[in-house]
Ligand binder design. Structure first.
Ligand SMILES: *Cc1c(COP(=O)(O)O)cnc(C)c1O
Length: 396
């Protein structure tokens, strides 16, 4: 059976270029970058070349790039650093949104326990943050505003440039979790007015366990990992040289391909959206226009997302449900609740995320498979029976 991989928002397949770069580095450049002999320096050179490539991909300078173990670490370090900078100036207020990744939200909760005041901004029913809400949330105590570039579940792209401009005008640091955006849509930290940006290699066809944090010149980072003086003293631990090299290769390749890939994916995305919209009592989550090229997210009334995923897996389709079943609980996704989906509807969610390798045949197969499985699940769903018999009311 063919496997149809439509979960690129969870992770991507490494590109051949990234795999080659990584294995060559493992075989030939295995020295410790901190060692003074040639083999060590060779590894150090690879890291510094990668830093130049990564910096140029987001229009930063190499000194502003810090390699991390991934998006979560970069989010933690960015937010904790900004909070500490604020605290030293008596600024103890932090602003974020209700649809952030848990790496952001949980860091905010931790800082709240440490005495920071936090504001969590709502989003509209399309999942977009309102600029006036951002403006009004900022006080003279605000140290940081953190708004994700693009959402991992519903694909909405935020007005980052405008939010950055507001923060700059008010003298507040601005962080963006750009894990879903980097390598997929154009990013320019200068014109986007961004002070701190997080990114992760495995979301753009690089390896897992490596990412980077951009910190604008002048921002003093707090160490999350103490130890050696790697990454200019801001991130201890022997560098993940093969991972960093492969990340740079994957990112360079993604940037080269970006325009074509985005055009291609957008067409297929809209074909998939159109196809799934034919299913009765269904709804697209997120904004139809301000949306990542590869993201499709739907809710289907009267079914369980988990059952849908398992049956799609039987048909060879890898997808995801919005409801992250963290620690065994089946709480629906905080993102779907934030855009106003009620619990029952949020439970019937499906995210399919494309890559530039996705084909039209795969999309057409997926449309038919999802329609079949949704109809099948509804045929024995008590929730669906109550809906069709008028005992409960349809929402979608
Ligand atoms: C995947 C993801 C992360 C976490 O990145 P890791 O490298 O897996 O730690 C953070 N934020 C967003 C928006 C993501 O999609």
């Amino acid at each position: 059976m063919n496997r149809i991989y439509l979960d690129n928002a969870a992770t991507t397949k490494m590109s051949e270029k990234a795999i080659e770069t990584m294995t060559a580095c493992m075989r030939e450049s295995f020295g410790n970058p901190s060692s003074l002999y040639g083999l060590g320096q060779q590894a150090k050179d690879i890291i510094e070349e990668a830093r130049v490539a990564v910096a140029s991909a987001i229009n930063a300078s190499p000194k502003e790039i810090f390699f991390t173990s991934g998006g979560s670490e970069a989010d933690n370090q960015a937010i904790i650093s900004a909070a500490n900078i604020g605290r030293r100036k008596g600024k103890t207020h932090l602003v974020t949104t209700s649809i952030e990744h848990h790496a952001v939200l949980h860091t905010f909760k931790k800082l709240e326990k440490e005495g920071f005041e936090i504001t969590i901004l709502p989003v509209n029913s399309n999942g977009i943050v309102d600029l006036d809400e951002v403006k009004n949330a900022i006080t003279d105590k605000t140290a940081l505003v953190s708004v994700m570039y693009a959402n991992n579940e519903i694909g909405t792209i935020q007005p980052i440039r405008e939010i950055g401009a507001i923060c700059r005008e008010k003298g507040v640091l601005f962080h963006t979790d750009a894990v879903q955006a980097v390598g997929h849509i154009p990013i320019d930290v200068q014109s986007d007015n961004v002070d701190l940006l997080s990114s992760s290699a495995h979301k753009f066809h690089g390896p897992k366990g490596v990412g980077f944090l951009y910190a604008k010149k002048g921002i003093v980072l707090t160490n999350i990992i103490e130890g050696g003086a790697q990454e200019r003293g801001k991130r201890a631990g022997t560098e993940n040289v093969p991972g960093i090299a492969a990340m740079a290769a994957a990112l360079t390749e993604s940037i080269e391909k970006m325009d074509d890939a985005a055009k291609r994916e957008t067409l297929l995305r809209d074909r998939l959206i159109k196809g799934l919209s034919q299913i009765s009592h269904s709804a697209l989550n997120g904004d139809a226009i301000r949306r990542l090229p590869g993201n499709v997210s739907f809710c289907f009334e009267g079914i369980e997302g988990e059952s849908l995923l398992l049956l799609l897996d039987d048909k060879g389709i890898c997808g995801s449900s919005g409801s992250a079943c963290t620690s065994g609980s089946l709480d629906p996704s905080h993102v779907l609740l934030a855009i106003g989906r009620v619990h029952d509807v949020a439970h019937g969610s499906l995210r399919l995320s494309l890559s530039e390798e996705t084909t039209e045949q795969e999309i057409d197969f997926a449309i038919e498979a999802v329609s079949d499985v949704v109809n099948h699940l509804r045929s024995f769903s008590p929730v669906w029976r109550d809906l069709t018999e008028g005992k409960t009311k349809f929402i979608l």
